[in-house]
Design a protein around this ligand. Structure first.
Ligand SMILES: [Zn+2]
Length: 347
């Protein structure tokens, strides 16, 4: 009589321990990441859609250790990243670099052990320490949107007759529910090593430069530059498409991108979208940013409210290079930010 009870108890204990090790919201079907090999030991990790990961990460596999640049939207996403990393290496992750403080790049920080160095700009630490960034509209709006997304998906599943489309919606629902569960476990975790302008890591014969080139997408963006491999990891200072502007310095951003152009690289691993080699994308984005600044400044001078400026700002001449531009208009959160900068006397 005793044996089955013991066996049952042991089973329960193991299950409970397993539960402690794995954060909530990690269950998913298939792989959550594609590890695109860019050079020997350098990968760009892009989400497949099986789990909410939002931003990309980049993986640098050295002789004895692994560096992860950016760790996604939640503890669950970072935990699954570490799990799936085993497909490409068994070496330990000893260093994490946050390109900036935004939730989709730094909300996996908490899963790393105390022996892991998390490196970021001083400003990134300032925003993540004590949970300052999670009180800001960008993250609050994101989290508030998840329950609405779940309700919406449930309604669409209930009314969907086509079996294949229903299955797709059910996967999306599982992804959203996992994300919701994982956001509830979030503990904002700041870098434990900071820099102001530059830091270099040497791993074997590989040089890894962490550079602050000026304010751009935030006040503390860093890029990770591998001079020998001619790769630059740009976070959201430069993505494959347009970047969010809610904490940006749109007026300073083009000059920061000029500094980026001075680095000798041929491949960009962006924080969103696929890796690219076409450097003309930087020119297109600089031209867009300059026009955003002048267009929003013009509307503000005319006494137009931020809400109306967000509807009227016309950047359609850039749609050839940025196809997401469908007509006039900019996200209100970005326009509000530009108004704030203009009120502070920025030019
Ligand atoms: Zn991002």
């Amino acid at each position: 009589m005793v044996r089955p009870i013991l066996a049952l108890m042991t089973g329960l204990t193991l299950f409970a321990l397993g539960g402690l090790q794995q954060p909530a919201g990690t269950l998913h079907t298939g792989k959550a990441f594609r590890f695109n090999k860019v050079r020997e030991g350098v990968y760009h990790a892009v989400g497949t859609g099986a789990l909410a990961v939002v931003g990309n990460s980049s993986i640098i596999v050295n002789d004895n250790d692994v560096i992860v640049v950016d760790d996604h939207v939640s503890p669950a996403a970072a935990s699954v990243l570490l799990d799936e990393l085993k497909d490409i290496t068994t070496k330990p992750v000893r260093t994490v670099i946050n390109t900036h403080f935004h939730y989709d790049h730094a909300h996996g920080n908490q899963i790393f052990g105390k022996d892991v160095e998390i490196i970021g700009h001083e400003f990134t630490r300032e925003m993540l320490v004590g949970g300052k960034s999670i009180q800001m509209p960008l993250y609050r709006d994101y989290v508030a949107g998840i329950p609405r997304q779940i309700e919406d998906l449930k309604k669409r599943i209930a009314s969907e007759a086509d079996a294949a489309r229903k299955a797709t919606l059910q996967t999306q629902l599982q992804v959203a529910e996992n994300n919701h569960a994982s956001q509830a476990e979030l503990k904002s975790t700041a870098p434990n090593v900071t820099l102001q302008t530059r830091m270099t890591l040497i791993r074997g014969d590989r040089e890894i430069q962490i550079r602050f080139l000026g304010r751009a997408h935030t006040a503390g963006d860093v890029v990770v530059f591998l001079p020998k491999e001619k790769i630059v990891i740009t976070g959201d200072m430069l993505t494959a498409a347009l970047s969010n502007m809610s904490d940006g310095f749109v007026n300073e951003w083009p000059a920061t991108l000029d500094e980026l152009k001075k680095l000798d690289f041929d491949t960009v691993l962006p924080g969103h979208g696929e890796a690219f080699t076409d450097k003309a994308k930087i020119d297109y984005f600089q031209a867009y940013l300059r026009d955003v600044w002048s267009e929003v400044s013009r509307l503000k001078r005319q006494g137009v409210s931020a809400e109306d400026a967000a509807k009227r700002a016309d950047l359609t001449k850039h749609k050839e290079h940025f196809p997401t531009i469908q007509g006039p208009g900019l996200p209100l959160i970005g326009v509000t930010r530009i108004y704030e900068l203009l009120d502070q006397g920025s030019r």
